[in-house]
Ligand binder design. Structure first.
Ligand code: B3K
Ligand code: ZN
Length: 873
C-alpha cells in the first residue's frame, strides 16, 4: 500500500472558500449536490490539474461555472475526480453524486444507525459523501441543505446555526438549511436526520451570548441525557474560567447514536457521540460510566478551540489537537473530581495502553513521520502521551507562562491549520526558552527508562542522586538521544518529618530537569538519611528503576506528601513480589507479610479520609501490567496464579478492616454519581473483592446478595464481577437473572458480555462463541463486538493467550470476518496481538501463525493489512 510521508507535505494546489451542499436523504439512494467555490492556491503549483478525493461515491454529473462538463474534460473513478484543465482564476464546480447510507457498514461517511442518518468524516470520510479536497488544511465556509421524509427524519441537524426550514408541499418531505460561519476542514462536517428525543437548556457565555444547548437521543431515553447535559454546561464554564475560551455559535448540539467506531466526534457545533458516552441512569450506568461521560463530553467540547478554531495542517499533526485536548479534559476532570485520584487513573491508562504500545512493534512517535492508514494512528501514543507532553511543558515553564503561551497560541493560530512547531513557538516566545530539545518528545518514540541511585553522607550532611536515562530502540529508530525529562521531587525522612534540603538545580516548584544521558543532583543540609520521592504526580512518561528497598518504599506510603507517590510506592512493592513469584523466584514470606501489614495499617489509619484513593491502593497491578513489567518469555498462567495468591493473602490479613468497610460504607440515601460517593462505593467493592479472594464461600454469599439487592448499577456490576472469579451454579444463576432483568438494555448487556469474556477459565472461549449467537449480539455493532470479543482479547490474559493458540485463532477469525464489514473496528481488535513477541516460545509461534494467516488473506483492508504487517515486522 502507498505510504504517506510528513516530509512530502506540500500545500494544496487549490483552495475551497465556500461549500454549498444539498443532501436529499434516502435510505439507499441519497443524492448529494456539492457546489464548491474554488481558486488556485498561490502557494500551490501553477498549471496543476484539480484532483478531488473520493471513496466509493458514484458520480451523476459535474458542471464548471454552470456548464455541464463533457467526458473529455474530466476523469472520474470511485476514488477520485480529476478536472484536467481547470481555470487559472476562481470558479465553481457543481458535483452531483449518489450514495447508499444503508449499506455503509464501515461507519465512515454518511450511514444509518437504528434507522437514523448520521455522518463520521474524520479522518477521511467526507470523500465518501462527495468528491472533495479532503485534507485538513483546506478550510471552507459550509452551508448545508438537508432534505428528508418527514416521517423518517423529523429532526434535521447540521453544523453551525439553522437559517431556514420548511416543508415541500405535497411530497411528505421537509428540509432545513444550516450555515456555519467558521471556516473548517471537511473532517468537521456533520449532518443528522432521524427520529430523536431532545433535552436542552440555555447557556449564557461569559461575553453574554445566549447559546441553545441540546442533546438528541433515542426517544424515551431523554432523562438519561441529563447528566451529559450538565457535564456540557460545566465544561463550557470551565473552559471560560481556566483557558479564557468562549463558545462561538448560537447552538451546540450533541446527538447520541448506537453504531459508532469510537467514543465521539467533535464536528463543529454538532458533536456526534457513541450513546455509551451520553446515556446514563443509576440503574444502567456505573460510576466509571458517569466519569467517562463527563470526560468525553468535555473533550469534544474543548475541541471547539483546540482542534476546530485551530486545526491541524496535516494528519501528522494529529497530536496538536488530540494530545492538547486530552490534557484539557484531564485537567477538567481533576478540577471537578479529586486531582490525585484522577492522576492515578490517567497514569494507569497510560501505562496499560501507551507503554504497552511503545514496547510493541506498533511503537511510533507522538508525531509520526509516515503512515499507510491514518485511522490506525488514533492511538494511545498520539492521545495520551501527547497529553503528557503538554503536561510536562506546563511543569517545566510553570502555570502562568503556560497560560500565556496558550493564549498566544490561540490568538495567533485562530482560523488556521497549524503544526506542532506553531504550538511550541508560542511557548518559546512567552518564556524566551529554547524548546528545541524538548521538541524531541514529539519525534522520538519509545519509553525512556530513568535509573536513579541515592547516596547519603551523614558526616557532610549531603545527599546525591545519580540519574541515567536511556530509550530503547523502536521501529525505524535504532539509536536514541537523551530526552528533556522534568523530575518533580522531594526528600522524605524516615520518621515522616519533611526534610529541608537545598539544591540550586531544583526549581521553586520542586522540579529538576534531566536533559543529559547522565546527571547528578546534590543536596546540602540533609540532617538524616532521606527517602527520595521522585517523579511526583508522575511528572514524566518514563519507566523508572530506583534503588529503594521495599521498606523505604513503604515509608513513602505512610509519609509522602505526594499522594501519587504513596500509591506508586505500594504498586512498586507489590509489582516486585508479583514478578518474582510469577517467574518462580524465591519470595520471602516476610516480604509478603510486610506488604500485607503495611496495607492493613494504611487501611486502618487513612482509608476513610479518601476512600477513592484507598481503593486504588488496594488494587494490585493487573495481569497485563505484570506481563509488561516482565517483558519477555511471559507465562500468563504463572502471572495469574501469583496475583491470585497475593489477593488471597491481603484479603486474609486485612479481613476485619475490610468487613468493617463493608458495613460503614454501605449506601444510605439515593444514588449520586459524585466523586465522593463513587469513592465510597469503590472502596466498599474493593473490600468485597479481597474478602472473596480470601474466602470463596463467604465471597459468593456476599456477592449474590449484593447483585440482587443493589440499588444501582455500580454495586450490582461490581458484585457480579466478583462472582466471575467464583465458578459454580450461583454465578450462572446470577448471570441469568441479570440477563433477564436487562434484556432490553443493549449497553447493560455489553457489561454482561464483558464480564463473561474475561472469566479466566477453560470454558470461556466456548462461552464467548455461544454469546456471539445471543439475540443481543451483532457483529456489525462496534460496542457489541468490543464488549465481547475485544474484552476477551484485551482483558482475558490467560484465555486469549491460551497455550494451545485457540484464543489467537479465534481472534484472527473474527478480525477477518469483521474486516469485510468494518475495517477500522477490525484493525482495532487486531492490535491486541501487539505484545505477541513478549510471550514464551509456544505462544509466540501460535500468535505468529495467526498473524501470518491474516496478513496473507487476499483483499484485506488497508487498515488491517497495515496493523498485521507492522505487527510482524
Ligand atoms: N477526533 C475524534 C476521533 C476520530 C477518529 C477517526 N478514526 C474523536 C476525538 O478524539 O475527540
Ligand atoms: Zn479528541
Amino acid at each position: 500500500a502507498q505510504i504517506v510521508r510528513l516530509e512530502d507535505y506540500r500545500p494544496s494546489d487549490f483552495l475551497i472558500d465556500r461549500v454549498e451542499l444539498d443532501v436529499r436523504l434516502h435510505p439507499t439512494a441519497t443524492r448529494v449536490t456539492a457546489t464548491l467555490s474554488l481558486r488556485p492556491n498561490p502557494k500551490g503549483r501553477a498549471d496543476a490539474p484539480l484532483v478531488l478525493d473520493g471513496d466509493e461515491v458514484s458520480l451523476t454529473s459535474v458542471a464548471l461555472d454552470g456548464r455541464p462538463l463533457p467526458d473529455s474534460e474530466f476523469e472520474a473513478s470511485p476514488q477520485s475526480l480529476t478536472i484536467t484543465q481547470p481555470p487559472r482564476g476562481p470558479f465553481t464546480l457543481t458535483i452531483e453524486t449518489e450514495i447508499d447510507p444503508t449499506s455503509n457498514t464501515k461507519l465512515m461517511g454518511l450511514y444509518r444507525s437504528s434507522g437514523n442518518y448520521c455522518t463520521q468524516c474524520e479522518a477521511e470520510g467526507f470523500r465518501r459523501i462527495t468528491y472533495f479536497l479532503d485534507r485538513p488544511d483546506v478550510m471552507a465556509v459550509y452551508t448545508t441543505r438537508i432534505e428528508a421524509d418527514k416521517d423518517e427524519a423529523p429532526v434535521l441537524l447540521g453544523n453551525g446555526n439553522r437559517i431556514e426550514a420548511g416543508e415541500i408541499a405535497g411530497t411528505g418531505r421537509h428540509y432545513a438549511v444550516w450555515h456555519d460561519p467558521h471556516p473548517k476542514p471537511s473532517y468537521l462536517f456533520a449532518l443528522v436526520g432521524g427520529r430523536l428525543g431532545r433535552v436542552g437548556k440555555t447557556f449564557r457565555t461569559m461575553g453574554g451570548r445566549e447559546v441553545e444547548l441540546a442533546i438528541y437521543v433515542e426517544a424515551g431515553k431523554e432523562s438519561r441525557a441529563d447528566y451529559a447535559l450538565d457535564a456540557l454546561e460545566r465544561s463550557m464554564r470551565w473552559d471560560e474560567r481556566v483557558f479564557g475560551r468562549e463558545y462561538d455559535l448560537d447552538v451546540f448540539n450533541i446527538v447520541a447514536v448506537s453504531d459508532f467506531n469510537m467514543g465521539a466526534m467533535e464536528n463543529k457545533g454538532l458533536n456526534i457521540f457513541n450513546d455509551k458516552y451520553v446515556l446514563a441512569s443509576p440503574e444502567t450506568a456505573t460510576d466509571v460510566d458517569y466519569a467517562n461521560i463527563e470526560a468525553i463530553i468535555a473533550h469534544e467540547y474543548f475541541h471547539n478551540w483546540s482542534g476546530n478554531r485551530v486545526t491541524c495542517r496535516d494528519w501528522f499533526q494529529l497530536c496538536l489537537k488530540e494530545g492538547l485536548t486530552v490534557f484539557r479534559d484531564q485537567e477538567f476532570s481533576s478540577d471537578e473530581r479529586s486531582r490525585p485520584v484522577h492522576r492515578i487513573a490517567e497514569v494507569k491508562t497510560l501505562r496499560a495502553r501507551q507503554f504497552l504500545e511503545d514496547a510493541s512493534p506498533l511503537s511510533h512517535p507522538v508525531r509520526p513521520t509516515q503512515y499507510r492508514e491514518i485511522n490506525n494512528f488514533y492511538t494511545a501514543t498520539v492521545y495520551e502521551k501527547g497529553a503528557e507532553i503538554v503536561r510536562m511543558l506546563k511543569t517545566i515553564i510553570g502555570p502562568e507562562d503556560f497560560r500565556r503561551g496558550m493564549d498566544l497560541y490561540f490568538e495567533r493560530c485562530d482560523g488556521t491549520a497549524a503544526t506542532v512547531e506553531d504550538f511550541l513557538a508560542a511557548f518559546a516566545e512567552v518564556t524566551g526558552h529554547d524548546l528545541s530539545h524538548f521538541a524531541r518528545w514529539y519525534a522520538q518514540a519509545g519509553t525512556p527508562r530513568v535509573t536513579v541511585t541515592g547516596t547519603y553522607d551523614p558526616a557532610a550532611k549531603t545527599y546525591r542522586l545519580d540519574f541515567t536515562q536511556a530509550t530503547p530502540p523502536t521501529p525505524g529508530q535504532p539509536d536514541k538521544e537523551p530526552m528533556a525529562i522534568p523530575v518533580a521531587l522531594g526528600l522524605v525522612s524516615r520518621d515522616g518529618e519533611p526534610l529541608q534540603a537545598a539544591s540550586d538545580r531544583v526549581s521553586p516548584q520542586g522540579v529538576f530537569l534531566l536533559d543529559k544521558a547522565a546527571d547528578s543532583l546534590a543536596f546540602t543540609g540533609v540532617t538524616s538519611q532521606p527517602v527520595p520521592s521522585l517523579f511526583r504526580e508522575f511528572s514524566a512518561p518514563v519507566r523508572t528503576s530506583l534503588d529503594l528497598s521495599n521498606e523505604e518504599l513503604l515509608v513513602l506510603l505512610r509519609h509522602d506528601s505526594d499522594a501519587f507517590n504513596r500509591w506508586q510506592a505500594t504498586q512498586t512493592v507489590a509489582m516486585r513480589l508479583l514478578v518474582a513469584q510469577a517467574k518462580g523466584d524465591a519470595v520471602a514470606d516476610s516480604d509478603l507479610a510486610d506488604l500485607a501489614s503495611a496495607l492493613c495499617a494504611f487501611m486502618e489509619a487513612d482509608a476513610l479520609d479518601d476512600p477513592a484513593f484507598a481503593a486504588l491502593v488496594l488494587a494490585l497491578p493487573s495481569e497485563a501490567d505484570i506481563a509488561q513489567e516482565i517483558g519477555r518469555d511471559i507465562d500468563p498462567d504463572a502471572i495469574h496464579h501469583a496475583r491470585k495468591a497475593m489477593r488471597r493473602r491481603i484479603g486474609q490479613a486485612c479481613r476485619e478492616t475490610l468487613h468493617r468497610f463493608r458495613d460503614s460504607l454501605a449506601e444510605r440515601g439515593p444514588y449520586s454519581p459524585d466523586a465522593a460517593s463513587a469513592g465510597r462505593r469503590a472502596l466498599r467493592n474493593a473490600s468485597l473483592d479481597l474478602l472473596a479472594a480470601a474466602d470463596a464461600a463467604l465471597g459468593e454469599q456476599l456477592a449474590v446478595e449484593q447483585v440482587d439487592d443493589a440499588g444501582n448499577m455500580t454495586d450490582r456490576l461490581a458484585a457480579l464481577g466478583v462472582l466471575m472469579t467464583l465458578p459454580g451454579d450461583a454465578r450462572e444463576a446470577a448471570l441469568a437473572r441479570f440477563e433477564e432483568r436487562y434484556r432490553d438494555e443493549p449497553l447493560v448487556l455489553d457489561k454482561w458480555f464483558t464480564l463473561q469474556a474475561a472469566i479466566p477459565e477453560d470454558g470461556t472461549l466456548e462461552r464467548v462463541r455461544r454469546l456471539m449467537e445471543h439475540q443481543a449480539f451483532a457483529i456489525g455493532n462496534p460496542n457489541r463486538v468490543r464488549a465481547l470479543v475485544g474484552s476477551f482479547a484485551m482483558l482475558n490474559q490467560v484465555r486469549f493467550n491460551a497455550k494451545d493458540g485457540s484464543g489467537y485463532d479465534f481472534l484472527a477469525d473474527i478480525v477477518l470476518q469483521v474486516d469485510e464489514l468494518n475495517p477500522q473496528l477490525a484493525a482495532r481488535l487486531l492490535t491486541s496481538f501487539s505484545s505477541w513477541r513478549m510471550m514464551e516460545k509456544t505462544r509466540q509461534t501460535h500468535a505468529k501463525n495467526a498473524l501470518q494467516r491474516i496478513a496473507g488473506k487476499p483483499n484485506l483492508s488497508r487498515d488491517v493489512g497495515d496493523i498485521a504487517a507492522r505487527s510482524l515486522e
